[in-house]
Design a protein around this ligand. Structure first.
Ligand SMILES: C[S@@+](CC[C@H](N)C(=O)[O-])C[C@H]1O[C@@H](n2cnc3c(N)ncnc32)[C@H](O)[C@@H]1O
Length: 235
């Protein structure tokens, strides 16, 4: 962590839960996430990660819909215990008390769900957040959720705001933007202040993609020259 912000570590977050400074907690799944989840195909049983999940009402909702591969990650023990108490049959091994940035990328996820986690991080970690989401997803996997497109004013602790222009730069190297617009069904206090995002992970990082594009264009130029020389029309 840098010197401007204190370390928002497990102890910091646990203390916020313990003292009730948890104003982000909606106490229920939020409408934009519910509407998106209702369109998912449970038969596909995607691997879903909810990082910085807090009390994870989204995980509870998905679990009750029949999704079996939902993983929630959080630094603080209290919210994970709260989920386990509300949903006793939620698999204990899917409750990851872990740092998002240290999560293993060995078994990629199909879907990552974002809600008030990005804004909880030290803003210097935003590029690393986008990179880690990409590393955790399979090619073509989805990062969806909500980002605050708002200025919370000067502050030394979360939530930290920002703008869609700023956010675009973090995600553009790894993702194709399917949705990146003001959410229309936010909770009342968040109305007009959050972006609904749905980003598809590129099959190749941008640097590899441009190398491949250059390679294909040079192959196609060679093919054109070859076709002209040999009067071929296919290559
Ligand atoms: C503002 S709360 C949001 C919780 C939840 N997403 C919600 O909407 O209610 C941020 C959460 O991220 C967790 N957190 C912060 N940094 C983390 C990290 N590096 N890895 C995992 N969890 C983290 C905190 O413990 C906290 O539960």
């Amino acid at each position: 962590m840098d010197s401007v912000f204190s370390a928002f570590d497990a102890a910091y977050w646990q203390e916020r839960y313990a003292t009730g400074r948890d104003g982000w907690d909606a106490h229920a799944i939020t409408p934009p996430l519910q509407a998106y989840f209702d369109q998912l195909d449970v038969a596909q049983q995607p691997r879903i990660l909810i990082p910085g999940a807090g009390r994870a009402y989204e995980a509870e909702y998905l679990h009750r819909l029949g999704f079996q591969h939902i993983f929630v990650a959080d630094l603080a023990p209290e919210p994970l215990e709260a989920l386990a108490a509300r949903v006793p049959d939620f698999p204990a091994e899917h409750l990851l008390r872990a740092d998002f940035f240290a999560l293993s990328t060995a078994q990629p996820y199909d879907l990552i769900v974002e809600q008030t986690f990005f804004c909880a991080l030290n803003p210097t970690l935003r590029p690393a957040y986008a990179r880690q989401c990409a590393a955790l997803l399979r090619p073509g996997g989805t990062l969806m959720g909500l980002l605050f497109d708002t200025d919370f004013g000067p502050t030394q602790e979360p939530p930290f705001g920002g703008t869609r222009e700023e956010y675009r730069a973090y995600f553009a190297p790894y993702f194709e933007f399917r949705h990146f617009e003001t959410a229309t069904n936010s909770l009342k206090p968040r109305q007009g202040r959050e972006l609904f995002i749905c980003l598809k992970k590129n099959n190749f990082p941008r640097s590899e993609a441009s190398t491949l594009a250059a390679l294909f264009s040079s192959i196609s130029l060679t093919c054109e020259a070859h076709a002209l020389r040999h009067r071929l029309f296919l290559c």
